[in-house]
Design a binder for this molecule. Structure first.
Ligand code: GLC
Length: 737
């Protein structure tokens, strides 16, 4: 480490802010703009990159994971540039680095912040061990449109659930001390509204009311800010005509003024120069102006800051204080990361990547993310003493790469254990197992493999199908207008179902699929999302009842695409659906009468209920919620209230149930959702056991942005439900007076 560096160490200066000022006073404009510039890695250090680093023109690099290259890059920055400022090294460590956890939407189905935090911690440690010190996660966009490929990366449709789970990821990545060797800076993205891309088309424009923005979209970002997330990333999208990367309401008014946020904001890839394509900036110079004006501290990939900042300053369009503020925000995170003191990485100091403990954690996360959606005749769990001949069929049964899912840059396919491998290991000595792929890929429309699949199914008493979507069918820039099982998977399922065998379907996909037709072909249906490295052992344990499923849906499953957007926490409208009353298109009378056109029924052929609702998930046991009680009938602003209920395991196996608390604010100064999740608990129960579950709410927990965009809790009646999903019917009411 070059000891003649200009910035004084932590020992010499009592706090980060003074160290920042110390440094800023010495920096040239070129060096300041350099800190605001993030370049993409180039698999090595080409001469132009080396030169730029030496000249202090690079503040960050992304997509370089070779430790020797990263250490050399840092050495050049520290020892060959004038001020020796280390680089911050970014990577998309979205749901794992080399040990892959379930995709975030799958992790959200665990409703378990502890296991999500543990997974993020492991991912951070693996990434830090190669020299990465910043991840572009958690993605906390709220999404209600499964056509959107990036729903795979988000934490579902509900702001409360996404807030708790997104914060857990931040804590996992950053730990208690950002300067700890295993900690990496997290990044709340994509700020904001990206999940509302029109019609689920990625990068599309977003039309959203400020009410919806503040009451639904922003809470998870605020929760990440409150959890100390080191960075934010601006979204690609145009929000109400103003692209996020040039949006002062988001970046200045809300993030800086209202939230007093002190970290730094990085643009998404090229999103600064994409302001030109949006038609929001005439050229690169105007794009740089708009982004700096909005408060985007660091430009990812594009070079408009490098190319235009000096000219914008000369013209007085921007001022040096704006530049200094961006640089301060960036240096603050670099100092808090301890990069100046611990710049280089020695992989030997870290636990071995992919070790048994990490794999066990990935398996547990996968177990808890799987959601049992259907289980007629208690077909599951499979019993080794009952099943003699088992057919394993489908393109997702034995494909480690595909089960890792989207945003798997560094995942080790060779570490993956597939369901087929795990079922053989678990039951191969007791059961006669046959395997046929049936279809080459999930998109295949070639029936050549059907006969082999049908043949082994005929010879079996039980059939387990593994179908879904390959990883590439979801994630960034991969959206689908038809979200049925792709290819000829339904066709294969239909043929198999004609054999009358006990049939189970395990779906691995990066989004909710429309399964209204599919579900009729099978006795049991389990949703595994893309379960990651240890998806196989997790699914095998669940199929054979080593553990009961506990996952609950973080997003509604539509019956058909025409229902989208469909979500539980909708507002009521002036003609609400009453107990699902609607007139199916087949029943509309030829000559409409007043009643058929009146407000007592609707003509909506898809109906208003999803196929599977938010919060839903079955177990191998049954649960009974009863005896809901309140600590008091009414409270004043500033008070707490407790809502309790008894939960009994009325079945024959021990299991975990995610008990959920929903409220409804019956009358507000703006219309309020018909239900809002405000609490959940994972409750372990032995057969016959009963536990009292208690939820404690403060009146602040019932606040929202009113018609004047003031954050308030309003007096009035609140309905409250406790149950196992968003249709919970164990209900009572209380008043805020
Ligand atoms: C991508 C994504 C963003 C990611 C970034 C860096 O385009 O939108 O989520 O973190 O670029 O890879």
């Amino acid at each position: 480490m070059n000891q003649n560096l200009p910035y004084r160490t932590l020992l010499e200066v009592d706090n980060v802010e003074n160290r920042i000022e110390d440094l800023i006073q010495q920096m040239t404009l070129t060096e300041k703009i350099g800190q605001m510039s993030q370049f993409s890695g180039r698999n090595g250090i080409p001469h132009d990159l080396r030169e730029s680093i030496q000249q202090g023109k690079v503040g960050s690099i992304l997509n370089e994971v070779n430790t020797d290259v990263l250490n050399e890059i840092q050495r050049i920055a520290v020892e060959e540039s004038r001020l020796g400022i280390p680089l911050i090294v970014g990577r998309d460590v979205i749901h794992g680095f080399q040990t892959m956890f379930p995709i975030p939407l799958g992790q959200a189905a665990s409703w378990n912040p502890e296991i999500i935090e543990e997974g993020a911690r492991i991912s951070a440690t693996e990434a830090a061990s190669v020299g990465i010190n910043w991840t572009f996660a958690p993605m906390v966009d709220i999404s209600r449109d499964p056509r959107w490929g990036r729903i795979a990366e988000c934490l579902g449709e509900d702001p409360y659930l996404a807030s708790i789970l997104g914060s857990a990821m931040v804590k996992g990545f950053q730990g208690d001390d950002l300067s700890h060797p295993n900690s990496i800076a997290a990044c709340a993205k994509h700020f904001a509204g990206y999940g509302y891309s029109e019609a689920g088309r990625d990068y599309a424009y977003v039309n959203i009311s400020e009410n919806e923005l503040r009451n639904i979209v922003l809470p998870p970002f605020k929760a990440c800010a409150d959890a100390g997330v080191a960075t934010f990333m601006s979204a690609f999208c145009d929000i109400n005509g103003i692209p996020a990367t040039g949006n002062e309401l988001l970046m200045k008014q809300i993030l800086r003024k209202e939230w007093d946020y002190k970290g730094f904001v990085v643009s998404d890839w090229d999103s600064v120069i994409e302001l030109i394509k949006h038609g929001f900036a005439e050229n690169s110079k105007e794009a740089a102006f708009e982004a700096i004006q909005a408060g985007i501290d660091m430009e990812m990939a594009s070079r408009s800051y490098q190319e235009n900042s000096e000219k914008l300053l000369e013209e007085g369009r921007i001022n040096i204080e704006q530049i200094n503020t961006c640089v301060r925000n960036i240096l603050r995170i670099k100092f808090e990361l301890g990069l100046f003191e611990n710049t280089y990485t020695n992989t030997a100091y870290f636990p071995e990547k992919g070790n048994a403990s990490y794999l066990q954690s990935a398996k547990q996360a996968a177990i808890e993310s799987c959601v049992l959606l259907k289980n007629d005749y208690n077909t599951l769990p499979l019993k080794k003493d009952k099943v003699q001949n088992l057919a394993i069929i489908g393109p997702m049964a034995d494909d480690g790469y595909e089960q890792m899912g989207t945003w798997t840059f560094d995942g080790k396919e060779e570490w993956c254990k597939t369901p087929l491998q795990s079922i053989y290991e678990m039951a191969g000595n007791d059961i006669n197992i046959r395997y046929a792929r049936g279809l080459e890929t999930t998109r295949s429309k070639n029936r050549d493999g059907f006969e082999e699949a049908l043949s082994i199914a005929r010879e079996s008493d039980t059939v387990v199908m593994f179908m879904g979507e390959e990883a590439i069918l979801s994630g960034e820039a991969h959206c689908r207008a038809d979200i049925d099982l792709p290819g000829f998977q339904n066709e294969l399922l239909e043929e198999i179902s004609k054999l009358g065998k006990s049939t189970i379907l395990v779906v691995m996909a990066g989004r909710p699929l429309t399964l209204d037709k599919t579900q009729h072909y099978v006795n049991s249906l389990m949703y595994a999302w893309h379960p990651g490295t240890m998806g196989g052992p997790a699914i095998a344990d669940l199929l054979f009842g080593e553990v009961a499923p506990s996952g609950k849906l973080p997003v509604s499953f539509p019956k058909m695409v025409g229902q989208i957007p469909i979500y539980y926490n909708h507002r009521n409208s002036g003609r609400p659906v009453i107990n699902g009353s609607f007139m199916h298109i087949d029943n509309i009378p030829k000559r409409p009468t007043q009643t058929s056109l009146g407000n007592t029924s609707f003509h909506f052929d898809a109906g208003f209920d999803p196929l599977y609702p938010f919060g839903f998930g079955l177990s191998y046991t049954s649960f009974y919620y009863h005896s809901i009680e309140l600590s008091t009938e009414s409270i004043s602003l500033g008070d707490f209230i407790e809502i309790s209920a008894e939960l009994t395991n009325t079945g024959s196996v021990e299991a975990v149930e995610v008990a959920q608390l929903y409220i409804r604010d019956l009358v507000g100064s703006v219309t309020r959702p018909v239900r809002e999740l405000k609490g959940f608990q994972r409750v372990h129960l032995y057969p016959g056991e009963t536990k009292t579950i208690i939820f404690r709410l403060h009146t602040d927990d019932l606040s929202f942005f009113d018609r004047k965009m003031k954050y308030v809790t309003e007096p009035g009646q609140f309905d409250v439900w406790i149950g196992g999903d968003s249709r919970a019917n164990l209900k009572t009411s209380f008043y805020i007076i």
